[in-house]
Design a protein around this ligand. Structure first.
Ligand code: GRF
Length: 226
């Protein structure tokens, strides 16, 4: 049985697209029961509709408090029968109510090697800091922002003339690989969380790919197809 997931977005939805593609290719054993955005103009909603997926908009501005907004979102997720939640560029901090509604069942993609550069614009923060290595992280969501147990990370070079855009696009290409992979491990029930550590059953060895600007280190490595 595919894992039923709700994907939450706020923008372009390219990570959503990478999940859709892997599902349609038969590589990721999941089914998207809901794509929810807090922004009505998020391009990701169009992507979802093009693939026949159910969409909802819940605008945070219409709610008096974070928790009221979260209650409305959780209600939509539950109504969709999703068993897990994927934050794919969803630019809202979740309340404890939300997190406790899906314990160890909420994943987030962050465009930096956590715990470095949490918060908004991780790519920009890293580029401006002049880092020589940056990347992305998929982690379980806990009550602190960009903080929960780490599932997989990918590293890319930071180059001398990088800005947020150039570094960000190098990072985004890896986001599109590690997020569907982490969802697949969740779908296969291969993730065991103990404290801060995530043990991945049968995780492939870390993988070094590309060369020059295209170099990427992915740890743990990726299963075939990801
Ligand atoms: C990604 O870089 C994600 O990591 C960040 O926001 C961006 C969303 O991109 N939090 P998209 O909407 O998936 O194209």
């Amino acid at each position: 049985m595919p894992l039923k997931i709700a994907v939450l977005i706020s923008g372009s939805g390219s990570n959503l697209q990478s999940i859709i593609d892997r599902i349609e290719q038969g590589i990721l054993d999941a089914r998207i029961t809901l794509v929810l955005s807090n922004k009505p103009d998020a391009y990701g909603l169009k992507r979802a509709s093009q693939h026949g997926l159910a969409t909802r908009v819940v605008e945070h501005g219409s709610y008096a408090s974070r928790e009221e907004f979260d209650r409305a979102v959780v209600q939509e997720i539950r109504a969709s029968q999703a068993q897990a939640v994927v934050l794919a560029g969803f630019m809202r901090i979740l309340s404890p109510f939300f997190i406790n509604s899906f314990p160890n069942r909420i994943l987030n993609i962050h465009p930096a090697i956590l715990p470095a550069f949490p918060g908004v614009d991780g790519q920009k923060q890293a580029a401006e800091h002049g880092v020589k290595i940056s990347g992305c992280t998929v982690h379980f969501v806990d009550e602190k922002m960009d903080h929960g147990p780490i599932i997989i990370q990918a590293a890319v070079p930071g180059l001398a003339d990088d800005d947020a855009k150039s570094l960000g696009s190098r990072i985004l290409a890896l986001e599109h690989r590690i997020l569907p992979q982490a969802i697949q491990w969740l779908a296969q029930d291969r993730l065991k969380v103990s404290g801060r550590r995530v043990e991945i059953e049968g995780a492939p060895q870390p993988l070094l790919a590309g060369g020059g600007q295209e170099t990427a280190l992915v740890s743990p490595g990726l299963d075939k197809g990801f």
